[in-house]
Design a protein around this ligand. Structure first.
Ligand code: NAD
Length: 347
């Protein structure tokens, strides 16, 4: 079986040299699109495998892998291929497939213990959470830690994190390491303990809806909860220097937790990093992939921060893909549709 790794339209790559050796041990033939890893710090010479052009790679490979589906181009032109990537940005995919092509969407890896090592959303979210604070620190005209000097003292910055899942917890941990005072909100009871264990305060809001069968995801909250939460959070936002928002609900638009009226009352110079921007954003003023400045408040809409840590992100992504491929193929053949992980990801 020949597996081809495409060059993406961004800096990450789905195969790094260290993971290449793992495929070699399994006996798979590997090829790489020329220059695929160069933006992530992995030049062609670091890979001991065949380098091909995009067209030749697609023609010659049985399995095609990339970080994001946008790298493939026209899905219609594929025939009798297996494609493994993140299809979350693609709509109506079924209508675009020809012949016997099989697509696997890595954004659909189930949240089970066995699938954890294949979960690209978790591994990328952790990096985005870290980077959100680094980005905020760059934009903020203040320093994070408290400092007492002969010329006076500097107070630590106040950070509010909305959504304490994988990204939110990394943001909290990073902000704490930099010396900030941190508060966080999340409707999941389990998140409270994790927030407290990182030394941050948990913003208590009663009446959250939880569903143990939702596979670790939060479910849609009632209007009453969201309005109480907005009230509690808004009080903190007026005093905050940095706000990181990560709140997502599987299968629906992200909840709007920060209205324009609240941004109007925030301190000029403060920064909102909205990691939920690709699914609508948690702030009313967020624009995906843009920085909006409103009354001196910078609102960064960016769900793609993991790409800015391309070297490490590529290694984690490549490992996730390797674990997925090792799971769904046995002796070069796909395992049966009854497998939970395969069934969830197959389009
Ligand atoms: P996510 O990206 O779906 O959502 C981000 C966060 O937003 C979640 O914590 C969610 O509770 C929160 N949220 C939703 N509505 C909100 C609101 N109104 N206000 C504030 N926050 C809101 O979630 P995630 O970060 O991928 O993970 C969520 C949980 O699932 C975590 O506890 C994580 O450990 C767990 N998880 C488990 C596995 C596994 O077992 N394999 C894999 C991934 C995640």
């Amino acid at each position: 079986m020949k597996i081809g790794f495409l060059k993406d339209n961004e800096s990450r790559v789905s195969l790094t040299p260290i993971i290449l050796s793992k495929y070699d041990k399994l006996g798979y033939k590997i090829c790489l699109e020329s220059g695929a890893g160069s933006l992530a710090g992995y030049p062609d010479k670091a890979y001991e495998c065949t380098k091909l052009t995009k067209n030749n790679l697609i023609k010659e490979s049985d399995v095609i892998v990339c970080v994001d589906s946008s790298a493939i181009g026209d899905l219609n032109k594929l025939n009798n291929k297996i494609v493994i990537t993140n299809f979350s940005g693609h709509t109506n995919i079924e209508k675009k497939i020809n012949g016997k092509t099989i697509l696997f969407d890595l954004s659909k890896i189930p949240r089970t213990t066995i699938a954890q090592s294949m979960d690209i959303l978790s591994s990328m979210s952790g990096l985005s959470g870290y980077k959100s604070i680094i980005k905020a620190a760059e934009l903020l005209p203040k320093m994070f830690p408290m400092m007492i000097t002969a010329a006076g003292s500097i107070k630590p910055v106040k950070v509010v994190v909305l959504g304490a899942g994988v990204a939110g917890l990394q943001a909290i941990a990073t902000a704490k390491r930099l010396g900030a005072v941190v508060e966080a909100s999340d409707p999941r009871e389990a998140a409270k303990e994790e927030v407290l264990s990182l030394g941050a305060k948990f913003i208590e809001v009663e009446g959250a809806v939880e569903d143990k069968d939702a596979g670790g995801y939060a479910v849609k909250q009632t209007k009453e909860y969201l309005s109480k939460q907005k009230e509690e959070v808004s009080k903190r936002l007026k005093q905050a220097d940095v706000v990181v928002t990560t709140a997502q609900v599987l299968g629906s638009k992200s909840p709007v937790l920060i209205s324009k009226a609240v941004v109007d009352e925030m301190r000029p110079g403060s920064v909102i990093i909205d990691l939920a921007s690709s699914t609508g954003g948690n702030c009313e003023l967020t624009k995906d992939n843009k920085i909006v400045i409103h009354n001196g408040v910078s609102i960064v809409g960016n769900s793609y921060l993991a790409s800015e840590l391309a070297h490490d992100a590529s290694n984690l992504f490549s490992n996730n893909v390797f674990n997925f491929i090792s799971h769904i193929f046995k002796d070069g053949k796909l395992i049966g549709d009854e497998d939970d992980i395969l069934k969830n990801c197959k389009i």
